[in-house]
Write a protein that binds this ligand. Structure first.
Ligand code: TNX
Length: 522
């Protein structure tokens, strides 16, 4: 009898060994995946989960935001897999074959954007303090899936992902890019694609430069000539264009799903020729200027001592605030070379009050630090260290956009066909090797809200050119904003980026194929 028992248990063990070795899930190592930006912690458990057409996307509870987030994931997975994954809300733990979103109280260090991604053979679990963290976690999940997940057409393949756990949260709460839609105008579709590309690298801000000397790009119902006339051209004399309020709201909604804040900028008192050409009364001499299609800066100014100027600004900011759910409005304030400082300071002071009266937080380029900064005003450092120091002395937080590191319109090297180079040539290495809190001696971690990469468009005319100048530099900036400095190292980043270029190709991103990305020959 005992003998029989022994034989039985040997058979049982053999049976189970056979069963597990026959398990269709291949062994995979989560440590081998290429993640950008680099997460805080990754641990691997050596097996895999298979996403297939039976996988369900489950949401714990009925949070509308989390359900919308789950739909967003379904829409990301659909083109390449062809799967119509069902989104369902549940109240218990999931059984198996699901991607399961759950809001739990994670440690406070995870904040709004942190997440835990737990992958076992049965389920993928995304835990976060809210839907925003879930959206960041989704971007990591995308990168763990095979590169082909980014294809826009159905791929016949199995979708296995390595098991393990990732814990992740950002260093800086503000990580963005600016797109100048004024020097050249870009369509709603282009802006949406840019938003998608930012989201993929966990950026959370898109700052839109909506007005400049060469064009006014946002419909203001109380001042219709701004777009009718001021929106009618662009650098080089093309037909320009503008967003209707409906179109702007469509962009904002698109960004909301991805937890990207849209920050509208109306640049003033300089960079205002398009407005000055549209309304004679905004000029000190009462005469409208001509439309401008060149690329000089610093020649225009609103008339800072006319009452109508402030009525105009109040109307514009009110309409803009009404259609902008995000907390910020950017007032520009840069390069106002023909506005004497004794006029500039009271002007910026008044404009801050207008923005605040419409319930928004003011952001301005570093020159605004010369004014009397109100509480909570944010200064965007781009060039003048002295301005940045003034900002800090006045207790303002700073967004770091040093031109010689973050300006996406700077050429990569002397051979780059588009772009400018007044600040620097910025190769991938230079764009990556710097730290926001070590860039200016006086600006420390606690002074910094985050990092932003501006893409000025004097020389940029279409989406291919946007992608060429932004990618892959902006991936490095995204990592600077997300990953602690102590975990960043150029060679490690470079080797991840080299592997990641396969994915960039499938994403159909027209990236700059730097010589730094060619694998060194032994
Ligand atoms: C400086 S940066 C500007 C822009 C130009 C840009 C070109 C800043 C606040 N002003 O008006 O487009 O350089 O790189």
């Amino acid at each position: 009898m005992r003998q029989q028992n022994r034989i039985f248990s040997v058979i049982l063990v053999l049976f189970f060994t056979l069963l597990t070795s026959c398990s269709k899930n291949p062994q995979m190592d989560l440590m081998d995946t290429t993640l950008l930006p680099k997460p805080i912690a990754v641990s691997a458990t050596g097996s895999s989960f298979e996403l297939n057409n039976e996988t369900k996307i489950l949401v714990n509870g009925n949070s509308e935001e989390l359900l919308r987030t789950a739909q967003y994931l379904a829409s990301l997975l659909k083109p390449a897999t062809g799967f119509d994954l069902k989104v369902e809300s549940i109240s218990d733990e999931p059984d198996s074959n699901s991607i399961y979103f759950v809001i739990t109280a994670l440690d406070t260090i995870f904040g709004n954007e942190g997440y835990k991604l737990i992958i076992n053979e049965k389920n993928v679990i995304i835990e976060s303090n809210g839907a925003e963290g879930a959206v960041r976690g989704i971007q990591t999940l995308r990168q763990i899936l095979p590169n082909e997940i980014e294809s826009s057409t159905v791929q016949q393949k199995s979708w296995f992902i390595a098991t393990g756990e990732i814990q992740d949260y950002p260093q800086y709460s503000y990580r963005g890019s600016m797109l100048d839609v004024a020097r050249h105008f870009f369509s709603v579709e282009d802006v949406k694609r840019y938003i998608d590309l930012l989201a993929a690298y966990k950026l959370n801000v898109l700052h839109l430069g909506l007005s400049n000397d060469q064009g006014w790009r946002i419909e203001i119902k109380s001042w219709p000539n701004l777009t009718a006339h001021g929106g009618s051209t662009e650098v080089g004399g093309g037909k320009g264009g503008f967003y209707t309020q409906e179109q702007y709201k469509d962009i904002v909604d698109y960004a909301v799903t991805r937890y990207i804040t849209i920050i509208p900028e109306i640049d003033m008192p300089g960079h205002t020729n398009a407005a000055l050409a549209s309304y004679p009364e905004l000029n000190c001499n009462g005469k409208a200027t001509d439309l401008y299609t060149g690329t000089e800066v610093g020649f225009s100014t609103l008339c800072t001592d006319k009452d109508i100027t402030y009525k105009f600004i109040d109307d514009v900011i009110r309409e803009l605030a009404e259609m902008t759910p995000g907390p910020y409005i950017h007032i520009g304030g840069d390069e106002s070379h023909v506005t004497p400082m004794e006029n500039y300071i009271p002007f910026i002071n008044k404009v801050q009050d207008i923005v605040i009266s419409h319930g928004k937080i003011v952001i301005g380029w570093d020159e605004i630090a010369n004014a009397d900064l109100k509480d909570n005003v944010i200064v965007q450092f781009w060039s003048e260290v002295d301005n940045a120091k003034k900002a800090i002395e006045k207790n303002a937080k700073v967004i770091m956009s040093p031109a010689n590191k973050t300006y996406l319109d700077m050429k990569y090297d002397s051979l780059t066909k588009i772009g400018l180079h007044w600040a620097a040539f910025i190769e991938l290495e230079s764009a990556y090797i710097w730290s926001p809190d070590k860039f200016v001696k006086e600006i420390n971690r606690e002074n910094i809200l985050g990092v932003e990469s501006p893409l000025w468009s004097e020389t940029i005319t279409n989406m291919e050119e946007i992608e060429y100048m932004a990618f892959p530099r902006i991936i490095g900036h995204a990592e600077i904003g997300w990953t602690p400095d102590s975990m960043r190292e150029w060679n490690d980043y470079k080797s991840r980026l080299i592997k990641h270029t396969e994915r960039l190709k499938i994403m159909e991103i027209n990236y700059y194929d730097s010589k730094l990305l060619s694998v060194e020959k032994e």
